[in-house]
Design a protein around this ligand. Structure first.
Ligand SMILES: Nc1ncnc2c1ncn2[C@@H]1O[C@H](COP(=O)(O)OP(=O)(O)OP(=O)(O)O)[C@@H](O)[C@H]1O
Ligand SMILES: O=P(O)(O)OC[C@H]1O[C@H](OP(=O)(O)OP(=O)(O)O)[C@H](O)[C@@H]1O
Ligand SMILES: O=C(O)c1cccnc1
Length: 476
């Protein structure tokens, strides 16, 4: 899919025009994309959106019609419009794999290229990666809580626009949702599509039993009946059992029921009991209605018997405390041959300069212990001391028996992908596997354990030296 290069903030274009005038457009530059705080006040995030971003970069070019629009703004000189006509992304991208469990401050994506191309792509990359990472993280939290029960993504009708809905389906699948109701997401990404029916189906017929019978006639092997239109336990479940018996007489099995209101713990327990007693232990119970990880937790605490959660609004909009949007940023870390940092009075907020590598220390049993950022040309070994980026005085030792695994690869050179498009199932498997290797406390929703992300001695020294230099520069 082509994204217009006009999907950007105007300032990317005005800066580009300025760099061209200054003769700086060709200066080599390096930018890091990272977020500072895990979304949902959680213990981790799930990286997603890279493939969408790479497709954008590979196809980046202005059409004549787009150039004519820019010329019509009266802001830019003809020379700049000619420059944009030939403008392509020919840089290098180093990134994590999608589905990787990530933490605040880690460079998820590093863009190297000319100042012009590396700066220009800021807004689009942030737009793509912030949203998909937010939604993949929310999905992972919901699926973690759902455990063996599976999750269908039902969010399209509440998502932020049709394109938002597609990104939701893709990212939710990476985070662990097993299917989506979004048919175009099935078509485009190969995600399994699933669904039940609406209350309007029931209301369109004279009574509930007739509506159930008609649906079962059309889809005898896959029908999930919505049982809460009138009264779940007094009407919906008894009618569903009647239809299940009629189906069985004809050689079919009722797939299940969906409950969409009321106390989902109580209603699912009672529904399970009624189906079991009637001889339908394999009829599955789907629950929906404003579900998120906290509702699932409560349903489980009350012994709810839900097999499948249909999760829409709160997943598709990344709703929740510390959610709503991921605050990922894009910062210049090197220009020409000079490493750069952005300082504020607060060392915790200073950016980490220069090209970096990112390693994960993994215990002999596969558990994740800590992550370490180093300078590009630096090596670290298990047993070495590393530093807290928010507090240069605080040090920690990489466990001596740990293995250091590099988390990022070059995925694009000269504007072309270095490998084939990875498949979504591999990303989802990676996410599930990595969630299982996190310290248990990182999965907790209340005051989660803070996973350590450290910096090497070389990076700490460089950062401190640059901070001193900046301070000398503005001291009276
Ligand atoms: N056992 C439970 N524990 C915690 N939350 C639950 C439980 N069961 C249902 N919920 C949540 O409680 C809310 C119930 O919504 P609400 O009070 O609007 O009732 P409703 O049955 O959905 O009514 P409506 O007919 O308007 O849909 C939903 O967000 C649902 O996810
Ligand atoms: O609650 P969510 O997590 O957002 O899940 C999606 C919701 O969308 C549907 O409701 P809606 O009222 O739109 O239609 P309906 O008549 O089919 O219930 C469905 O019944 C779910 O409740
Ligand atoms: O198929 C369903 O049951 C469904 C689809 C979208 C939203 N809510 C429910």
């Amino acid at each position: 899919m082509r994204y217009s290069p006009l999907i950007t903030d105007l300032y990317e274009l005005t800066m580009l025009a300025g760099y061209l005038d200054e003769g700086m457009d060709d200066t080599p530059a390096v930018f890091d994309l990272f977020f500072r705080h895990n979304p949902f006040k959680g213990g981790y995030a799930v990286f997603a959106g890279l493939d969408t971003a790479l497709a954008y970069l590979e196809n980046l070019r202005f059409t004549e019609e787009e150039l004519a629009y820019l010329a019509s703004l009266g802001l830019f000189r003809p020379l700049f419009i000619d420059f944009l006509r030939e403008f392509r992304f020919r840089g290098t991208i180093t990134a994590m794999q999608e589905g990787t469990v990530v933490f605040g401050r880690e460079p998820l994506v590093t863009v190297e290229g000319t100042l012009a191309e590396a700066q220009f792509v800021e807004t689009a990359l942030l737009n793509i990666i912030n949203f998909q990472t937010l939604i993949a993280t929310k999905a992972a939290r919901v699926c973690q809580m759902a455990g063996k029960a599976s999750v269908i993504e039902f969010g399209l009708r509440r998502a932020h626009g049709p394109d938002g809905g597609l990104s939701v389906a893709r990212a939710a699948y990476i985070g662990g949702a097993r299917s989506t109701s979004n048919v175009e997401a099935g078509h485009r990404f190969g995600i399994p599509v699933k669904g039940t029916h609406a209350h309007s189906w029931i209301m369109a017929f004279p009574d509930e039993l007739t509506a159930f019978r008609k649906y079962a006639e059309v889809f005898p092997d896959s029908c999930i009946l919505l049982v809460d239109t009138y009264d779940t336990l007094k009407s919906g479940i008894p009618h569903a059992i009647t239809v299940a018996k009629e189906l069985r007489e004809r050689g079919h099995e009722l797939a299940g029921v969906r409950i969409d209101s009321g106390d989902l713990a109580y209603l699912s327990r009672e529904s399970r009991r009624m189906f079991d007693e009637a001889g339908f232990p394999r009829a599955r119970i789907v629950a929906s209605n404003e579900i998120d990880e906290y509702v699932i937790e409560s349903i489980l605490a009350e012994g709810g018997k839900v097999d499948i959660y249909g999760v829409g609004t709160r997943l598709a909009t990344g709703m929740g405390e510390g959610g709503g949007a991921l605050g990922g940023v894009y910062k210049l870390v090197r220009i020409g041959d000079r490493p750069k940092l952005k300082v504020t009075s607060d060392v915790a907020k200073a950016t980490l300069p220069d090209r970096k590598r990112l390693f994960r220390a993994v215990a002999p049993d596969g558990a994740f212990l800590m992550d370490v950022m180093t300078l590009q040309d630096e090596t670290v070994q298990p047993g070495e001391l590393v530093y807290n980026p928010a507090n240069p005085l605080e040090r920690k030792q990489i466990p001596a028996d740990a293995r250091l695994v590099e988390l990022r690869q070059v995925v694009m050179t000269e504007g072309k992908r270095t490998g084939a498009t990875p498949n979504l199932d591999a990303m989802a498997d990676r996410c599930a596997d990595q969630r299982g290797r996190l310290p248990q406390g990182c999965l907790r929703h209340v005051n989660p354990h803070i996973y350590k992300v450290s910096i090497s001695r070389g990076l700490n020294d460089l950062r401190n030296r640059l901070m001193d230099e900046v301070e000398q520069g503005y001291k009276p």
